[in-house]
Design a protein around this ligand. Structure first.
Ligand code: DAT
Ligand code: MG
Length: 148
């Protein structure tokens, strides 16, 4: 399995609802390694750059306004296949279609406020880690890793 890095973000609704700890806990308990994190008040420019691929969608304005409306909690996580596994743990984009036990099914109802973002490919992960953290992450060993 390939060791990957991914960018995850607790969106403004998740931060406001006090879900940062719950979400961090899920990825910690799974066995992934946190290698950077920060609370950020997002500018409209950063929100637009982050979601540039969706700039032609009718909901783009609403989306970028939402992301910059209140702080988000950005994180970089590392582990085997963390990109696709994190997406599976998040659940489908539309919480109504997300499988029970996923973050979006457990905590969200509407498509707009779906609690969490996660990179969808190795290319977008590297782009997003560059955009949000200047590509900087920590490298350290966790003794527990031999049990995961
Ligand atoms: P994901 O967040 O699952 O990667 P995406 O990249 O397609 O989904 O879209 C980014 C966000 O935009 C998504 O989390 C919620 C919002 N969004 C997507 N499709 C939408 C739609 N049809 N109407 C309203 N908001 C939408
Ligand atoms: Mg996406």
């Amino acid at each position: 399995m390939a060791v990957e890095r991914t960018f995850l973000m607790v969106k403004p609704d998740g931060v406001q609802r006090g879900l940062i700890g719950e979400i961090v806990s899920r990825f910690e308990k799974k066995g992934f390694k946190l290698i950077n994190a920060k609370l950020i008040q997002v500018s409209e420019d950063l929100a637009k750059s982050h979601y540039a691929d969706l700039s032609d969608k009718p909901f783009f304005g609403e989306l970028t306004e939402f992301i910059s409306s209140s702080p988000v909690f950005g994180m970089v996580w590392e582990g085997d296949n963390v990109i696709s596994t994190a997406r599976a743990m998040m659940g489908a984009t539309n919480p109504a279609a997300a499988v029970p036990g996923t973050i979006r099914n457990d905590y969200a109802i509407s498509m707009g406020m779906n609690i969490i973002h996660g990179s969808d490919s190795p290319e977008s992960a590297e782009r997003e880690i560059g955009l949000w953290f200047d590509g900087e992450t920590l490298s350290y060993d966790k003794a527990i890793n031999k049990w995961i």
